[in-house]
Design a protein around this ligand. Sequence first.
Ligand code: PMP
Length: 429
Amino acid sequence: SQLSEESRALISKRARLLGPAYRLFYKNPVEVSRGKGVLLYDKHGNEYLDAYNNVVSVGHAHPRVVEAVTEQMSTLCTHTRYLQEGILKYSEDLLGTFGGRVGAAGHTMFTCTGSEANDLALRIAKHYTGKQGIIVTSEAYHGNSELTAGFSPSLGDSSPLGTWVRRVGAPDSYRIPKENLGRWFADQVAAQIHDLERHGNGLAAFIVDSMFSSDGVYAHPVDLLKPVAEVVRKAGGVFIADEVQSGFGRTGDKLWGYQRHGIDPDIVTMGKPMGNGFPVAAVAVAPEVVESFGRDMRYFNTFGGNTVAIAAAQAVLNIIRDEGLVENSQKVGKLLRDGLQGLASKFNQIGDVRGSGLYVGVELVSDRAAKTPDAAAAAAVVNGLRERRVLISATGFHANTLKIRPPLVFSAANVDRFLTEIEAVFKTL
Ligand code: PMP
């Protein structure tokens, strides 16, 4: 479709004012002006089905979050150097969700973004282990700071990785036999630990997003991370579960993505949906791991854990519980995957449907037998859906995997609408 005069003008104004590093979604970018639940509206009143935004996970403009933030902002907004009950109540509630060592006696440290949380997590891990090395998956994204960008290979060849960084292939369940996946993954990590040791870095941490979001969305098998957790522990490294994408009920069966794999990480980092769009993120850490860091250093983050951020986070956690959103994520996510699986029998481009809860990946291929990635088809579906006012995106090294990740309040009726629209788009390919 043609860009309107209005869009053209906004796009060039944006480029002039925000500069060259920003990217827009869609060939025909959407100008949104308002959101409610799973719906977005442009200024002409057109409605869009949001099947992508995992930040507003309890729904756009949820009234309880709006009220909590407004009320707190009009009472007091201040930082963590004063005594506050609110942050303690929230930490207690949050830590109560983890189980394991982090849950039993762990601590919560607040940041504003997932990048800051991962940055802090690695600093803690380095201090604890006295080592430098970190292992990530080959297309991982863990943040935008100098440190975290240095272990985020998905930023591409122009973004330098640290010499202390090693990569392992993601557990591509579509191409690697499932029985071997956990062992295969752990063996790669063991080899990279050996390499880090040979080069004098040693292993500080292994960090993983249990949904492998930027690698291509891999959710199974659920015992996948057990062997690798053992390998990391044996080497004396810190296991960091990056729950920025997979946390807070996204994956359906559990509140945290790593819990699906039955492991006990040393550090859990989180962000995105934590405040339903209000900037709040955190590091939850087992006590022994942060002890020396706390003794030798101080930690202060001006905005991290401020009273308004905590009000937002507390409201979100309450809503997830009160509205049964983990269960909804599981139930509606299954409907969505089943529906997409049904479409796979009609459209040869659908090579694989995978995911957990309301985190779904659909890998598109040009040849099913050879499993040849088809980025052009993925771009056509993403842009075709946008023209039908349904919003998703694509991910993975080849950008050929549709990434479908709606707010957790997505309903069965929303799934029907989504399936109707995506089927119409597939018919045009
Ligand atoms: N980790 C993961 C897995 C992420 O997906 C992201 C953001 N896409 C981050 C960390 C960084 O979070 P933020 O953008 O809040 O800094």
